[in-house]
Write a protein that binds this ligand. Structure first.
Ligand code: PMP
Length: 459
């Protein structure tokens, strides 16, 4: 059935209403309004079943469609690849799988191996399994704990949630597996230590304190987002990353960087960690890898990590005992290769830096007019504006008011997002992550809509 030419959209809307269980949705609320079925996209714009046009400032809702909608060249590459060879898994390779791994590694000095799966959660699970197997095989059962940071998010499966620093997402799904230990967040605007001179160092040293408390021989790894996404668009404070790297070296921790959101150009470099000069041991990525044209995620490692899994040829059970069925789909790496070509040929990293600065500038300028904007933070086209009811006390603006602002922005034809309830009472950050092809007119339209909405809702 070719669904691209269905004309009777009322049937589609009804099927969606009665049969689809939507992600992150309360259905009592969802069913009270007409379901929003998106039928078409081009560039940064999408159209729903009623014909309504929206400027998408969140790249498909969850910061994914980095190269924008309607990319014919990706569709063609995927189509040709599927007709030639769609799938084979296990120990066999594929042309796009091999070629994308090679191109990706060129962008990631120090890394050498790419392990394919399908989602960000899965990529992180693979990383955790690597840490655990190394603990068993290399460290004699020690160094099995994995540190994670408050407010960070690493996915929705049980171990990924166990390593999630967002209480709202976690609260109904325990008990969790052992060995995931939190460290303090690094949002200076909400400093845990009052006003400190060197907040970046203080926050990084807090990681060392946790390692010493847990016992360094029990801790094997730490997972961090380069810029925390759903937890509040938290850019790391000055001095944070170099100290984190030192601490990892000092205590023999593997540094896992979760690039699921920041990766593939979002911050203006290929990977977010490259903004901060750190060298990871394992990097995970998903969303922007193929911009949502196909499902693909990668767990990328150094040769040193990979070496530990090469195995003893005389022991048939000595290897990484893991598989992902759809890690053998060729559509993912085929789309990812073309996605990467587009970013390069169209100069999208440079555009992201330039347009990110423009959007940050626009939002910072709005601070003069709108006292509810407490702080604007971000890197590249990945920007958050934290809203407060009082600038001095930094009391967060009520969630319902922030949601009303998002609704009023939507009424003006622009879709923005809101970060998660990472800490109770703190669902107060507007979030923008438009496609890397954004133009000056597009980003101005986004900030104009926010300006109008804040005026309407917050006076
Ligand atoms: N890591 C980060 C930083 C994320 O933001 C997300 C998803 N929003 C994930 C991991 C999980 O990715 P997925 O939903 O593809 O499993």
């Amino acid at each position: 059935m070719d669904t691209s030419n269905i004309n009777d959209l009322s049937e589609v809307v009804e099927a969606d209403r009665i049969h689809v269980w939507h992600h992150l949705s309360q259905h009592k609320q969802y069913e009270a309004v007409d379901p929003r079925v998106i039928v078409e996209g081009k560039g940064l714009r999408v159209w729903d079943a009623t014909g309504r046009e929206t400027l998408d400032a969140v790249s498909g809702g969850v910061w994914t469609v980095n190269v924008g909608y309607g990319r014919e060249s990706i569709a063609n590459v995927v189509r040709d690849q599927l007709l030639k060879m769609n799938y084979f898994a296990g120990s066999a390779g594929s042309i796009p799988g091999a070629m994308f791994a090679q191109r990706l590694i060129e962008k990631m000095p120090g890394m050498t191996r790419v392990y394919y799966s399908n989602s960000g959660s899965e990529a992180n699970e693979k990383a955790y399994k690597m840490v655990r197997q190394i603990a068993h095989q290399v460290h004699g059962g020690k160094k099995w704990k994995i540190l994670y940071r408050e407010r960070d998010y690493h996915g929705t499966t049980i171990a990924a949630l166990a390593s999630g620093g967002q209480e709202e997402r976690k609260s109904f799904y325990g008990p969790y597996p052992e060995g995931f230990v939190p460290v303090p967040h690094c949002l200076e605007y909400r400093s845990q230590w009052g006003e400190v001179e060197d907040y970046g160092l203080r926050a990084a040293n807090a990681i060392e304190e946790v390692i010493l408390r847990e016992g360094p021989d029990t801790v094997g790894a730490i997972i961090l987002e380069p810029v925390t996404a759903g937890g509040g668009v938290i850019t790391p404070p000055e001095g944070y990353w170099p100290r984190v790297q030192e601490i990892c070296k000092k205590y023999g921790l593997l540094l896992i960087i979760d690039e699921v959101v920041c990766g593939v150009g979002r911050t203006g470099k290929w990977f977010g960690y490259q903004q901060y000069g750190v060298q990871p041991d394992i990097v995970t990525m998903a969303k922007g890898v193929a911009s949502g044209y196909a499902a693909i995620s990668c767990t990328v490692t150094t040769e040193a990590v990979f070496e530990m899994f090469k195995g003893n040829p005389n022991d048939p059970l000595d290897y990484f005992r893991d598989i992902s069925t759809f890690g053998g789909c060729t559509a993912g790496p085929a789309a990812a290769l073309e996605n990467m070509r587009i970013i390069e040929d169209e100069g999208l990293l440079e555009n992201t830096t330039a347009m990110g600065e423009r959007l940050m500038g626009n939002l910072n300028a709005l601070m003069e007019k709108h006292r509810v904007i407490g702080q604007v933070r971000g890197k590249g086209l990945f920007i958050g504006a934290e809203l407060v009811s009082d600038r001095t006390s930094r009391e967060p603006l009520a969630e319902a008011t922030v949601a009303a602002v998002v609704g009023a922005v939507m009424k003006r034809g622009v879709q923005i997002g809101m970060t998660n309830r990472s800490v109770p009472g703190f669902n107060n950050t507007l979030c923008l992550s438009p496609a890397l092809i954004s133009t000056a007119d597009d980003v101005d339209q986004m900030s104009d809509a926010i300006d109008g909405a804040l005026g309407e809702i917050c006076g």
